[in-house]
Design a protein around this ligand. Sequence first.
Ligand code: PLP
Length: 463
Amino acid sequence: MTTTAAPDVTAAGRSDIAHHLHPYTQLRQLEQDGPLVIVQGDGVHVVDEHGKRYLEGMAGLWCASLGFSERRLADAAHRQMLQLPYYHAFSGKVPGPVTELVKTLMAWAPTPELQRGRVLFANSGSESNDTAFKLVRYYNNARGRPAKKKIIARQKGYHGVTAAAASLSGLPTMHQHFDLPLPGVLRVSAPHFYGNGKPGETEAQFVDRLVQELQDLIAAEGADTIAAFIAEPVQGAGGVVIPPDGYFPRIQAVLKQHDILLIADEVITGFGRLGQPFGTNVFGLQPDMVTVAKMLTSAYVPMSALMVSDAVYQVVADASASVGTFGHGYTYSGHPLACAVALETLRIYTDDDIIGHVQRVAPRLQAGLRQFAEHPLVGEARGLGLIGALELAADPASRKPFDPKRGVGAYLVKRAQAHGLILRVLAGDIIAFSPPLVITEAQIDELLAKTALALDDTLAWVR
Ligand code: PLP
C-alpha cells in the first residue's frame, strides 16, 4: 500500500514519488520522505531545488571526475550534436569520433598486451561486464574448450545490474527476489582484512588463506571448467576494500597456472581515482580484459568500454569468421556524442594533469580520514588516492558492528546532508568518500569538517 508523503515534500518531489521507480532505494521510505531534487551543479558542488548547496563527496556515483560544470565537455557535446548526432558501428561502418577515441584509449591502456588489443563500447559498466561474461564463453568455445565457462567472482564485488553482471556481484540484495545468481558463477572471499581477518591473524596469513581458498575451489571444480576471475582492483560499492599487500600477485599467479583469464573491473578505478591511471597499474595486474565506464566521460554522458587483449581478440576474430559475424553489440556502441565527450574528458585529464593533481591532494583526504579512526564510532578508516571509507562500529575495539536495523550509517549520511555534504552509506554501515578528482585541498578540508560534524551528531544520537 502506498504511504503518504510528509507535508514538506515539494511539488517536484510529489511528482517523482507518484511516477518514478527509483533505483537502489527503499521505495516505501521514499514515498514518505520524498527525494532530494538536485537541479544544478558547479565545480564540486550541486544545488537542490531550494537553492541549498552540497559538496558532492561521492562525485555522484563515483563518476563525475571533473565536477558538475566543465564547459569544455558541454561544448564538445554541442559541436558533436551539430556535426553527427548519431551513427553506429555495425557491419563495417563507424562514427568518425570512434576512430580517434580508440587510438587515445589504446594510449591509456594499462598494459602492452591491452594496447595491442581492441575496445568494444557500450553504455554502462553493467553492459561492459555483461559483455565480458559473454565473451569468455565465446572465447573458450572458439578455442575448443566448451566446458571452461565458470567465472569466479568475489563476495562484496559490484559489477552492475544486468542479469549476468548482478550474478557476478557478491552483494545479497542484488540477488534476493531476482532469482540470481545465474548458474556458473563461483564465489570467493573479499580481501577485506578488517571484516574477514580472523582474531590474531596477520595480513600475510590472511592473504595465504585467500590464496588457499582459491586453489581449493579450482581443485574442487576443475580448472578445465573455469574460464575467468573478475575483480575490482579496489572494491567500491562493497565497502571500499583495499586489498592487502601481496594479494593480487599471488591470486594472479594461481590464475595463470590454470589458464584462467583475469577481468579487471576498473569502472570506478579507471582514469585516476587511485592516483595512477588504472588500478591495474597500482597493483601490477596483467588483465586479459578491462572494463571502464564512469570517469571515461566524467559521467556527462553514458559510455563504457571493454578492453580486450590482443590474444583474446585474435581468437574472437577467427571465430567471427567461421560463425559469419561477431554477434554482439549495442545500438549505441561507440555513440558519437559519448565519443566526443570521452575524447574531451581524456584531453582535460592530460591538459590539466588530473592524475598529478590526485597525487598532490589525496594525502590530505587520506590523512583526514585516518584521523577519524580515533572517533568512538569508527572501526576502521581506509582508502587510497581519492577514494576512502569509514567503517562504523558499535565497539571499535572488538570490531563489533552496529545492528543493521538501527540504520546508523544512514543517519550519519542524513546529518552530513544537513551540513551540506553528500556521502553514501554502503552495506555494513560503511561511509564512502569518492569526490570529484578536481577537488582542491581547501574543499577536502571542508569535506572533512562536515564529516566531523556528522560523526558527532551521530554519536549523540546513538548514545
Ligand atoms: N562495476 C563497478 C566496479 C561499479 O562500481 C559499477 C557501478 O557502480 C558498475 C560496474 C556498474 O556500472 P553501471 O552502473 O554504469 O552499469
